[in-house]
Every structure is written in structure tokens, then in C-alpha cells.
Design a binder for this molecule. Structure first.
Ligand SMILES: [Zn+2]
Length: 259
């Protein structure tokens, strides 16, 4: 879809779309009184009415109605176009950047930051019938995220250690990846991301212990700033038995070392 050029200084106030361009799905959602109000403002009002938080690493899916993600893509594209214009890029004659604003908007909303806008994947839990209570390690799970300071990629790996109790509910192995992806597909900082993932797993599985180790390249250190190509960040969260029992912690870390 071609993006209409709008002068940079009025772009933030411009309505997302003219009424005549609204697709049927969006028409059902937008109220008459909302005409001309950017969709992001409408969503923001719903969040504020519930006094909820909407930081970069928060999921706001319950405030978004069906069909609205497309509207958000269009709004972001329009503002992204203004950014390109402010960067003095001739998107009209440069064929490479002609649809860049639309591509970037779609990438943000539907792909790399999708974990903010879609609901948590359903995690089918099943009882621990064999009453397993041995250390399980899941990983490496590939992590693709972005820092909330520069929106630069964070690429890395995660290992999850779980010590289930005989009463724990277990989740399928693939669900660890899906949950990790959902948490990581948001702008954030690594330290907070691992804590959020650990909280979620504790709540779901109710294990005796949960441990998360994350090892990642931060492109804001490599692409810009100090431009240190080899800088990595490794951090871990230890909960329950992994915190109290140093033998268990050693067992986990020695198994990870061998990978
Ligand atoms: Zn950064």
C-alpha cells in the first residue's frame, strides 16, 4: 500500500486514515466520537482507564480489539514516513526506501514487538504422572529481542532449568520456546526479561526451583556506542531450590558449561 506523504511537522497530529479508507474490520471497532483520533490514543485511553502500565516490555493485548493491529501498523507507517523525511531521505525517487515506512511499521507491530500486542500463548499443562523430580534443562532457546534504550537487536540464547515437585503441573517442551519468544518480542532490557520469564514459569509450573541463564549479543554495543564486537551479556535468575542449594546450582551450571 503506498504511503501518503505528510509534512513532518504535522504528522503527529494527522488522523491515521480518512474515513473513506477505513477497512470494514476497523469500521466495526471505531466509534463515531473517536473519528479523527489516532488509534494509539484510543488504546492508550483504555489502558489509563484501567490504571494499567504500558511500558515497552508490557503486554497490552487485552486493550486491543480485533482488527486494530492493522490500524496500528498504518499509524506507525505514517509516523515512520515522517521520520524518514526528517532524515532527509528522498523516499519518492529512491526505490529502496519507497515502502520502508510500511515495512518497518509491520516489522515492529506484527513481528519483532509482537509480544506486546498478542495474548500469551496457551500453555497446556499436564499432571506430573511419573512424579518426576529430577533436574530438567531446556535449551538453548534462541532469543531475538531489542533493547528499549535504542531499539537495537539483542540476539542470544536462553537455558531454563526446572526442578519440578511431584505435584507440579508440567508444560510441553515446545511451550518453553513459545513463552520465551512471547516475552522476548518486546523492547526491553535483558535483566528484566529473564525475571519476567522466571516469574511466569514459577506461576505456571509451581516447581521447587527454576533457573534461567541468558547469554546475548547487544547490538547497541556493537553497531553503535563503544562498537565492541565481542561484548556479550550473561545473566541468570535463580529461584527456590536453585537459590538455596549450591549443589543443584553447580550441577546446572556444569551441565551448561558442556554445551
Ligand atoms: Zn541499547
Amino acid at each position: 500500500m503506498p504511503i501518503k506523504k505528510t509534512p513532518a511537522k504535522t504528522a503527529t497530529k494527522a488522523p491515521v486514515k480518512k474515513a473513506s479508507n477505513i477497512k470494514p474490520a476497523k469500521k466495526a471497532v471505531a466509534k463515531k466520537s473517536d473519528a479523527g483520533t489516532p488509534l494509539s490514543v484510543i488504546i492508550r485511553r483504555r489502558i489509563e482507564a484501567q490504571k494499567a502500565r504500558f511500558h515497552a516490555n508490557d503486554n497490552i493485548s487485552k486493550f486491543i480489539q480485533p482488527g486494530e493491529l492493522e490500524g496500528l501498523v498504518d499509524e506507525v507507517a505514517e509516523k515512520m514516513q515522517a521520520v524518514l523525511e526528517s532524515l532527509v531521505i528522498d523516499t519518492e525517487s529512491d526505490h529502496n526506501t519507497k515502502n520502508t515506512s510500511q515495512r518497518v511499521a509491520k516489522m515492529f507491530v506484527k513481528e519483532v514487538f509482537n509480544g506486546r500486542y498478542i495474548e500469551q500463548p496457551t500453555l497446556t499443562k499436564f499432571p506430573n504422572v511419573s512424579r518426576l523430580n529430577e533436574l530438567m534443562i531446556i535449551g538453548p532457546i534462541t532469543v531475538r529481542s531489542a533493547c528499549s534504550h535504542h531499539l537495537c537487536p539483542i540476539m542470544g540464547r536462553i537455558w531454563i532449568g526446572v526442578l519440578p515437585s511431584k505435584e507440579s503441573a508440567l508444560i510441553g517442551l515446545s511451550k518453553y520456546s513459545r513463552l520465551t519468544e512471547w516475552v522476548m518480542c518486546r523492547p526491553q532490557i535483558q535483566e528484566e526479561a529473564v525475571v519476567e520469564l522466571a516469574d511466569m514459569l514459577e506461576k505456571k509450573i509451581k516447581p521447587i526451583g527454576v533457573a534461567i541463564v541468558m547469554d546475548a549479543d547487544h547490538f547497541c554495543m556493537q553497531w553503535r556506542g563503544v562498537k565492541d564486537r565481542d561484548s556479550k551479556m550473561v545473566n541468570s535468575v535463580m529461584r527456590g531450590a536453585f537459590l538455596k542449594d549450591s549443589n543443584l546450582r553447580r550441577e546446572l551450571l556444569s551441565l551448561l558449561d558442556k554445551r
